[in-house]
Design a protein around this ligand. Structure first.
Ligand SMILES: [Zn+2]
Length: 275
């Protein structure tokens, strides 16, 4: 599906020539950039436009305006839906942070996940975390691949339990925020097969003796799952019923560490609902 906004952009260019001088003339000469991208978030802007935050494979996280995107909603289809995988053409402006999105082409549809409420709550967490941990204009190939793999698996399996756990764990790992999984952060004693504990106010894992009130448990099985995640691709790990609890524990711990390091709560975390 190709959505072409060139006509409208041309109209705008003519207008901008009328109201300003050299700056907009220079802008006219800026060539369009092209990147493979994942849509992170979109917001309505004015009556007809959409503000779009995307992670470009070659641009990093960028915000831009898709003119007329609301008016052309039917023609856009799922091109600008959350976590759509697209090819984008945009023009950078010298004077503003926002780029102008000229054209978007859907590379891969995640229609099932985007249109199912339960699955979309999982997508919302991925979108929110990505938006908050990725610095603007910084290319991140590992995060690009991680997001895409997680969303593909949610779409393919119709379940976010394992993909979200994998995504959250790897986001912590790529962020360099992963605590030691074998020893207590306070007393250095090995966990062995004993449960470990984490809290919202700490970045580490603690043993039963050093745990503090309000800390959550991360059992040995969840730490074993983390080990599998470090060595196996998500699409090679099958979710067995016995793994559900571990996947949840690892997801919750990882999201807690993300919140600790970005120093804010993730509202979408509270909205997670299974399909
Ligand atoms: Zn300890």
């Amino acid at each position: 599906m190709v959505i072409n906004l060139v006509l409208r952009v041309r109209a705008n260019r003519t207008e901008s020539l009328d109201w300003s001088g050299a700056a907009s003339a220079r802008r006219l000469l800026m060539p369009a950039r092209e990147t493979e991208a994942i849509i992170l978030k979109t917001f309505p802007l004015g009556e007809a436009d959409r503000l779009v935050s995307f992670l470009g494979r070659s641009s990093g996280r960028v915000r831009g305006v898709a003119s007329g995107a609301r008016r052309l909603k039917n023609r856009y289809g799922s091109t600008l839906e959350v976590l759509s995988h697209v090819q984008l053409w945009y023009v950078e402006k010298e004077t503003r942070d926002l780029v102008r999105i000229q054209q978007a082409e859907l590379l891969e549809s995640f229609h099932k996940a985007q249109s199912d409420y339960g699955l979309s709550t999982g997508l919302a967490v991925i979108s929110e975390v990505s938006e908050l941990v990725l610095p603007e204009h910084e290319v991140s190939e590992p995060m690009f691949r991680l997001i895409l793999m997680a969303v593909r698996e949610i779409e393919r399996t119709g379940d976010w339990a394992l993909p979200l756990s994998y995504f959250a764990f790897w986001t912590v790992r790529l962020g360099g925020w992963l605590p030691r999984f074998d020893r207590c952060a306070a007393c250095d004693s090995p966990f062995g097969v004993q449960p470990a504990f984490y809290g919202a106010q700490q970045s580490g894992l603690f043993c039963g003796k050093c745990r503090r009130p309000g800390m959550q448990v991360l059992h040995h099985e969840a730490r074993v799952l983390a080990e599998r995640f470090t060595t196996e691709r998500l699409d090679r790990v099958a979710l067995e019923p016995a793994m559900q609890g571990s996947a949840k524990e690892l997801r919750e711990a990882s999201l807690a560490w993300i919140e600790f390091h970005i120093e804010r709560r993730l509202p979408t975390r509270e909205l997670l609902e299974t399909a």
